[in-house]
Design a protein around this ligand. Structure first.
Ligand SMILES: Cc1ncc(COP(=O)(O)O)c(C=O)c1O
Length: 466
């Protein structure tokens, strides 16, 4: 039986239990109070499943062809914590891609991990490229005591790394691979998913690219994982540690519905999306200056997820931020805009009209643009993290921050890839990068919320730790 049916038909007893709304919609709105429960008798327990949730999780495992898969009600953020904690203890060494999401950096800070970075290259359009295999091999061989490697594939922009070869190389060195595949929950429909390419642990935000409610995500232990039985037990334990002890049945229901839908119609509807994307491609071939990566411009990467429509303004007279504003005037809201690109996410829930409307809006905008060769930032600023103990922090103007040690996270949001983290020594690359982003009104976020005017840095009185 599907969870939704059970919730709709099976909640007959008087609710002398949580939540406090008692399944009554006293506000008379459209929220689903009537099915909002947690683990009451006969409705199973997410962290010790034996009934309807066990069945649902088995369906998930089968769908992704994993060794064991788990639901997460706190997003991929919680899945990243689960995955890293399944391999690392306090102070351990970890290798992470420089373009990792802030959740990876946050948890590395919480666990006081010894972080080694895999630097990322950026292409001529300002897009972060796939993990460079030779560089990864070099870094790994210099750090064979690392407890795991974390990469992000596909990236927000859709760039897919060579997960298969990376996993093979790491496994030869007995190091597990975590793939943050938050943006690629649908990739198994294209045989490009990290579970089947051999990563050990993979995390998907179901809510990002599939029809599932916000915050729903999954984590998989793959069939190819090192010590997969022990690993599955650890992952199960940490899912229950890092997710709410009152998992929302509305979120679980949404996951259950999504899995059932994908089993029945996923492949067929994904093919339909691809056909519609082909129509989009044909229509935008007349663009003169706007470049749509993988469509009227080669996606020069190891592999690319074509459900992401990345429109580059790098060769035009407008910024990505300006393009997203213009698209808004055509009633189109994009996922993200940055200095020289706009990202539109498509999914199996988009129809032909939406994609053709986007194509038509781009053609109209493009007809008014002029050609311009912009200077692209060609690397993510390197992070040189000092481990410092300090008593005081102070705010400081960006222009006076050279050589100071940052005491906060700073990132453009989205995508949430830190430009600065606590302990980073501020260099000219970082100052130039932040100044450029500010000048172009990119949405910058900092822990202390002062980035519009200031950076928060460590006071002069600090000790450097080993
Ligand atoms: C690459 C990446 N990983 C992880 C996350 C966190 O996912 P969630 O919002 O599901 O917690 C995000 C969110 O945007 C992301 O972009």
């Amino acid at each position: 039986m599907r969870l939704f049916t059970k919730l709709k038909n099976g909640l007959k007893r008087l609710p002398l239990h949580m939540p406090g709304h008692k399944r009554k919609n006293i506000f008379n709105n459209t929220l689903p109070y009537d099915i909002d429960v947690t683990e009451i008798d006969d409705f199973d327990n997410l962290y010790n499943p034996s009934g309807i949730l066990k069945q649902s999780l088995e369906n998930l495992t089968k769908l992704y062809n994993s060794h064991q898969s788990f639901y997460l009600v706190n997003g991929s953020t919680s899945g990243i914590f689960v995955a890293i904690k399944s391999f690392c203890d306090v102070g351990d060494k970890i290798i992470i891609a420089r373009n990792s999401h802030k959740a990876v950096f946050n948890f590395a800070e919480i666990l006081k991990l010894d972080v080694v970075f895999l630097d990322c290259e950026i292409d001529d359009f300002g897009i972060v490229k796939e993990i460079n295999l030779d560089n990864l091999k070099k870094i790994v061989l210099q750090n064979l005591d690392a407890k795991c490697v974390v990469i992000n594939s596909p990236t927000y922009d859709g760039v897919i790394s060579n997960v298969g070869e990376i996993a093979d190389f790491l496994h030869k060195n007995k190091i597990p691979l975590i793939v943050d595949e938050a943006h690629g929950s649908h990739l198994f429909l294209d045989n490009k998913d990290a579970v089947n390419l051999g990563a050990d642990v993979v995390i998907n935000s179901m809510h990002k690219t599939l029809p599932s409610l916000t915050q729903t995500a999954v984590i998989h232990v793959s069939k190819n994982a090192l010590n997969k039985e022990i690993l599955s037990r650890k992952v199960a334990k940490y899912v229950s540690v890092f997710c709410s002890s009152s998992p929302s049945y509305i979120l679980l229901c949404s996951l259950d519905e999504c899995v059932s839908y994908l089993q029945r119609k996923g492949e067929k509807d994904y093919q339909k999306l691809k056909q519609n994307l082909d129509l989009f491609k044909k229509r935008i071939l007349s663009l003169r200056f706007l470049k749509v990566i993988g469509y009227n411009e080669n996606a020069d990467f190891y592999d690319f997820d074509n459900t992401k429509i990345v429109i580059s303004t790098a060769k035009t007279s407008i910024s990505g931020i300006k393009l997203s504003k213009l698209l808004r005037s055509y009633n189109i809201e994009c996922e993200m805009s940055s200095l020289y690109s706009v990202l539109c996410l498509t999914s199996i829930c988009d129809d032909k009209k939406t994609l053709l409307d986007l194509a038509d809006a781009l053609i109209k905008i493009d007809s008014k643009l002029k050609i311009k060769d912009n200077v692209i930032i060609n690397s993510l600023p390197r992070l040189n993290i000092k481990k410092v103990v300090y008593k005081e922090i102070k705010s400081c103007d960006l222009s006076n921050s050279f050589g100071k040690v940052c005491a906060e996270y700073v990132y453009a949001y989205p995508p949430g890839i830190p430009i600065l983290v606590p302990g980073s020594v501020i260099n000219n690359d970082i100052i130039n990068c932040l100044s450029l982003l500010k000048r172009n009104h990119v949405n910058l976020v900092s822990t202390n919320g002062l980035i519009d005017k200031n950076l928060v840095v460590v006071g002069t009185n600090y000790l450097t730790k080993n």
